[in-house]
Structures are given as C-alpha cells and as structure tokens.
Write a protein that binds this ligand. Structure first.
Ligand SMILES: [Zn+2]
Length: 570
C-alpha cells in the first residue's frame, strides 16, 4: 500500500493507482544485447521487448521492472521517447528485495491481445546481495550460498527472473515472509512467459590482455573466448524459443574447457581433481542413459562455481555445480541428469525434468541398491509434502498443481520423479523403456494430453487411466496407507496363510508394496489400493507372520507413521 500512495501523490489521481495492473502485459519477445564490465561489476543493456496485453481491458500504462541495482536509461516506442516515472518497488522476486519499476505511459492504448514493441536501455551494477534472505533472518554466510548471483572480475554468474531481474519483468510484489507468495508470483510469471522468445547477445567490454575468460549462457551458444583475437571483444549468443521453464542465466570466469561431445565441461583452475571425476564418470553415465532414453546427442553443459558452497542451479541444459571436491557419486548423477536432457526433448516439464530426476534415482539404484535410490527419492518427498497436505486438507476444494500443467519446480521435478518411479515399479523396466523409446516431442506427436499414458499403457498392456488421473491430470494430494486387518490362518495340511486388507485414506490411488515379516524371513508383495478404498489379498508363508510394513518409500505418502502393523500371536 505504501507504494500505491506514493503513486497517488505523483500522479495526483487515485484512479491511476487503482487502475495499474502490473501483470496485464506479458513480454512475449526479448531481443537483448548485454555488455558486461566485470571490473566495475556493471552491465549495460539495450534491446527490444514485445508486450502483449493479456488483460481484458485496453491498457495505456505498462509497469516494467528490473533489479533495484539497475537504472532505466531510455524507453522508446516507434523511435520516440515515451514518458515514464521510475520508482523503487519492494518485491522479493529480486535478490536485492526491490525492483526499479518504470511506469510507462504508452503513446496509445493497447487493446486486449494486441502487441506493442518497446525499445529499452538500462544499466547498473549486480554485486552479491543477500538482502531478501537476511531480512527474514537467514544468516549472511548461509544466505550467500544460495544467493550467489553477481558480476565480478574473477567470477560472474547471474540467474534471471526469480533471482535477479537482469531483464525486464512485469509482476506483482512478492514477499518471502508471506508463505508461498514469492513462489506463486514466480510460478505465475514462468507460466505467462513459457511461450515467449528470448534472444541474448552477451559481450565483455574492453580488451583484456591476460584474458582467457569464457562467457556462457547455455551449451549451444556460439562461444568466442578472448583468444578469438585481440582486436575483438568476446561475445556469445544464446536463444530460447520458446522459453519454457528456462531461467535465462549467464556466467563468466576463467574456465578450463574440458568438453567432450555432447558434454561441455567448464571447470575452474584448482578444481582439476573434481573436474576429472566428471570426465571419468562420463562414459558409464552415457551408457546408462543410452539404454533407457536413447543416445545423448544435443549439447549440454556443466559449469563450475568459484565458491564451493554455492547451491547448484540448472538453466535449461546448463547446470552450474561446484567441482571443488571429488565426489564421483554426485558427478555421476549430475551427468546422468544432463545427458537425459541431451537424449530426450519434451516441452512438458514433468516429462523433461521428471525423467531426468527419475534417471538419477535409477542410477543410484544401479550403484547402491534399491534402498539407496529410495533414500534419494525421499529427499524429493519433503519438497512437495506440505503443499500436498494442504490439497488433501482442503478436500478437493483446492485444485492443487496437476503435474500435467504445473510450473512449480517441486512438482515437475520431485513429484514427477516419484510418478515415473511408481510407473516403473508397476509396469517393469522393459515396458517403460519401450514407452520412453517411442516418445517423440516433435512432429506434434505429443499433442494429446494423454499421449504419455497411451504410450505406457500400450507397452504394459494395462489400464492406467486411474493412475494418470490421480497423479498427472489432477492433483489429488497423496495416498495414506495403513493395514486395516490381518487374519493368519492354516490349511488342514498345515500350510500357513495370511489375509491382508490395506486401506488408503488418501484421495490418490497407488500400487504399493508391503512386506510380511515371519520367522526366518520376509516376503514382499504389491497391491493396488485405489483412493479412499481398500484391497485384500492372501499370501502364503513358510512361517508365522509377526509384522507387516506397508510401503518401502517408493510411493510418496502423506503419513508414514501408520505403516507398521504388529501381528499379535494368539
Ligand atoms: Zn534438468
């Protein structure tokens, strides 16, 4: 409200403040030229953006926002400067906790669905800034590991919307301290921009006599390092069309290039041993990915961090991850993830990212067994557990985040990884491999929302409509299994049986494994228990049953405290 009042004073009209719809315009096209001056921690930008009025009313005012450490220099439409007022706007969508907002008066009203092209210029500095985290109480030395974005002479890495608004955005204020406010604003922004085009030219200003600095904005950029010629400034180009779930990101450092197609590997001096673990993990990772997802062929990149504690980040097919330590397990799963992207394209985030995370878990299984993989998946479960509990608590009044169309990372990464894992447990490796092998993102194959379901059903010869409905097309929260009843009994010939009834208190069905412990061993079976339903089965045992454990962790559940059932012996 504080900001609205500032506007009222500025414009002398309360109507103006009320009428400002910050998310009315979507930016459908970016064509930006960014010049970096690392010695000054500075960037200068110029270029064109195209705005589309996505609101229901004609709009004459557009609110364009960049990081608060940047300043607007010029805004023009049809070659003529337009009027704008530049103001700070508090929002945690930027690492500084604020934006420089230009309230632009367009030369003419833009009707709904109409476009306007705007020429823009802005500049400023991007130093490391942890404001939005420290002001909610995160200690600075911890905050800087996740809020690592900066331009600096030795190491530059800057992520886009949601981290640093180094290109214009149009958003309502986001607040880190208010529950999910920040994530809602960011997810909404990503959904609005998913179909947009982004073109970036990135150059280093000035000649660096000693420079061996590499500029990066993706694996397919046309790189030209300083070696390209002393009289030429290094420059790279990147493009995303459409943007999808990519957060445009750029980096610059004195990277050692150890690329081996399709992988581009950029490590920092002093991290040779860590980089070597990546090189030696490449071949087994390639072999594993090829068997499941096809031959990796599109370029992907992994780039090193100067601060070894920086939290890893993925922008499209560029992964930033520290190579400071020799961790062959981590190198293996990072490689597997990127190589899955190299092998399999999809415009569906839950397929594209979900399969990559699922592959990481399978690779863990190959190296450390099923339990290692389930422990690995368990780390993902925490990410979406709370929001799924809210969906369950709202008893279907909260539509949640259906996997098929979500832009929420925790869903299209973590929940999707589980969904693929459950499918594999249900249909087996061969059928799932066959379905994945037939998947084609191109040629309009993946147009039908049920395309993936049909591929898996055809390969498995099994009706999975209920599963896809509960887990992919709708968000029905999570299942909650418990043992409803157990009846041990014996035939006249002394063969022991146990009849088990499992109940699912949740609104999502699943096929769940359960293990019966008996004297001298255990036996595991699987059973399909639909939402709010029960299922009964009979198991023959070589000894007297003592305990039943439902779910080995392969099905994400809302409550795991009610999964063990002790069988009292009469
Ligand atoms: Zn990924």
């Amino acid at each position: 409200m504080k900001f609205l009042c500032v506007l009222c004073v500025l414009c002398g009209s309360s109507f103006f403040a009320v009428a400002l719809e910050r998310e009315a315009f979507t930016i459908t096209k970016y064509d930006l030229e960014i010049r970096l001056e690392p010695e000054q921690q500075r960037l200068g930008a110029r270029g064109k953006i195209t705005l589309r009025n996505d609101s229901a009313h004609p709009q004459k005012i557009a609110a364009l926002q960049i990081s608060s450490s940047l300043n607007w220099r010029s805004i023009r439409v049809d070659g003529k400067a337009v009027q704008y007022v530049s103001q700070p706007y508090l929002s945690d969508i930027d690492h500084t906790g604020a934006l420089s907002e230009a309230i632009v008066t367009l030369p003419a009203e833009i009707k709904p669905k109409d476009f306007v092209e705007v020429e823009i210029g802005y500049e400023g500095v991007i130093p490391l800034d942890t404001t939005r985290l420290t002001r909610i109480g995160v200690p600075n030395d911890i905050a800087r590991h996740s809020s690592w974005d900066q331009i600096s002479p030795s190491f530059t890495a800057v992520r886009g919307a949601g981290y640093v608004a180094w290109y214009p955005i149009t958003t309502e204020s986001a607040d880190f301290s208010e529950g999910n406010s920040l994530f809602e604003v960011v997810d909404r922004w990503k959904a609005r921009e998913a179909g947009s085009e982004f073109k970036l030219g990135l150059s280093l200003s000035g000649r660096m006599p000693d420079a061996t600095r590499t500029l990066l904005c993706g694996p397919e950029d046309r790189s030209s390092s300083a070696e390209a010629g002393k009289d030429r400034e290094p420059r790279v180009e990147c493009g995303w069309s459409p943007l999808g779930i990519v957060t445009p990101t750029f980096a610059m450092a004195e990277y050692v290039d150890e690329s081996k197609p399709p992988l581009k590997l950029f490590s920092l001096p002093g991290h040779e041993a860590g980089a070597a673990t990546y090189s030696s993990a490449l071949e087994p990772a390639m072999k594993f990915v090829s068997e499941w997802f096809g031959q990796p062929s599109a370029p992907v990149a992994i780039a090193d961090f100067a601060d070894p504690n920086s939290a890893p980040f993925e922008s499209g097919t560029l992964l930033m991850a520290s190579m400071a330590v020799e961790d062959s397990k981590l190198a293996g799963i990072n490689l597997v993830h990127e190589l899955v992207h190299s092998a399999l394209l999809s415009s569906r985030p839950w397929v594209y990212e979900g399969l990559a995370h699922f592959a990481e878990a399978m690779y863990r299984q190959q190296q450390g067994g099923r339990q290692a993989a389930l422990d690995f998946l368990g780390l993902h479960r925490a990410a979406f557990l709370d929001s799924e509990k809210e969906v369950s608590a709202a008893k279907q009044k909260n539509p949640g985040q259906p996997l098929a169309g979500t832009f929420d990372e925790t869903y299209y990464r973590s929940k999707a990884a589980y969904v693929w894992w459950m499918l594999r447990d249900m249909v087996g490796d061969d059928a799932l491999k066959q379905a994945i092998g037939k998947y084609r993102a191109k040629n309009d194959d993946d147009k039908d929302p049920k395309y993936v379901e049909q591929l898996v059903e055809a390969a498995a010869k099994r009706d999975l409509a209920w599963f896809f409905d509960d887990w992919v097309y709708q968000d029905r929260g999570l299942p909650d299994f418990h043992v409803q009843s157990v009846h041990p009994w014996q035939t006249e010939k002394g063969v022991q049986f146990v009849t088990v009834t499992l109940e699912n208190l949740g609104s999502a069905g699943a096929e769940v494994p359960f293990t019966i412990l008996f004297e001298g061993g255990e036996i595991t079976k699987r059973i399909e228990v639909r939402a709010k339903g029960t299922a009964t089965t009979r198991v023959e045992l070589p000894g007297t049953a003592s305990e039943i454990v439902v779910n080995d962790g392969s099905v994400p559940e809302s409550d795991l405290t009610n999964n063990v059932f002790k069988i009292s012996t009469p």
